[in-house]
Design a protein around this ligand. Structure first.
Ligand code: UDP
Length: 238
């Protein structure tokens, strides 16, 4: 029997989380550690889906700033998320997990298309699902993809892993007196203009009352602690 506080969760990792101390790409040690943590949580009884960003390879906005067409840049960004998803699939499979990558853009030779009912079935059967290519359209981010997929699959919680250990009233890197919030409501985030995730993604969470937790994935074992109900990072809910 599972002693977890959550049954089904979606974990959003930024592409940068895979880089470790590198400037670009994927550090095999880092992705291996993340994969172990995910499997630990699954073995404890959770159904877990992942969304991974692409910022360690390409972001459309960055490419557009360098002169590229924005839509083409975003398409490259979405393909970058597919690359990261395949790398994570490999790391998870090396550790014995059953994994399916499902993409929002059609790329059938390398992974499945995202089909909601099939995604839920994968989770029910004890597979890990990695949702790639965000929402499948330019001008969105993988935060929006994570919020959308979490709502679609009926996740109890959206976990957003960052390099900061929660949401602060001001930037903790610039202000020594910055205060971290344990809990916030959706309205708190809006009235205080806090940077939790991009506006489209946050609106999805708020409208569907999807709770989200922002936390630092750098601490080993943190995922399991959160799933067991520990109050780590910042919880945002209604
Ligand atoms: N992207 C997109 N539509 C989506 C998701 C992502 O166009 O639904 C593109 C966009 O260019 C984005 C890039 O893919 O910058 C990588 O995703 P993101 O910036 O969310 O990655 P992260 O910052 O989480 O690593």
């Amino acid at each position: 029997m599972s002693q977890l506080a959550y049954r089904r969760v979606l974990l959003k990792l930024s592409g940068e989380a895979l880089m470790g101390d590198e400037d670009y790409g994927i550090d095999p040690k880092v992705i291996g550690r993340l994969a172990r943590e995910v499997i630990e949580v699954q073995q404890a009884g959770a159904e877990i889906a992942l969304v991974i960003g692409g910022g360690n390879i390409f972001r459309g906005a960055g490419l557009a700033a360098g002169g590229m067409d924005r839509v083409t840049g975003d398409q490259m960004g979405m393909l970058a998320t597919v690359i990261n998803a395949l790398a994570m699939q490999d790391s998870l499979e090396k550790l014995g997990a059953k994994v399916r990558v499902m993409s929002a853009i059609k790329i059938n030779d390398v992974c499945e298309d995202y089909i909601r009912r099939r995604a839920i079935r994968h989770l029910e059967k004890g597979r890990l699902a990695i949702f790639a290519a965000g929402v499948g359209s330019p001008f969105f981010t993988t935060d929006s993809g994570a919020a959308l997929r979490a709502i679609e699959i009926g996740a109890d919680l959206l976990l957003k892993a960052t390099k900061v250990d929660g949401v602060y009233d001001k930037d903790p890197k610039k202000h020594a007196d910055a205060v971290r919030f344990d809990k916030l409501t959706y309205d708190d985030v809006i009235t205080r203009d806090l940077q939790v995730m991009d506006t489209a993604a946050f609106a999805l969470c708020r409208d569907s009352e999807l709770p989200l937790r922002i936390f630092d994935m750098g601490q080993p074992g943190v995922l399991l602690k959160i799933l067991r109900g520990e109050n780590i990072g910042t919880l945002v809910k209604g």
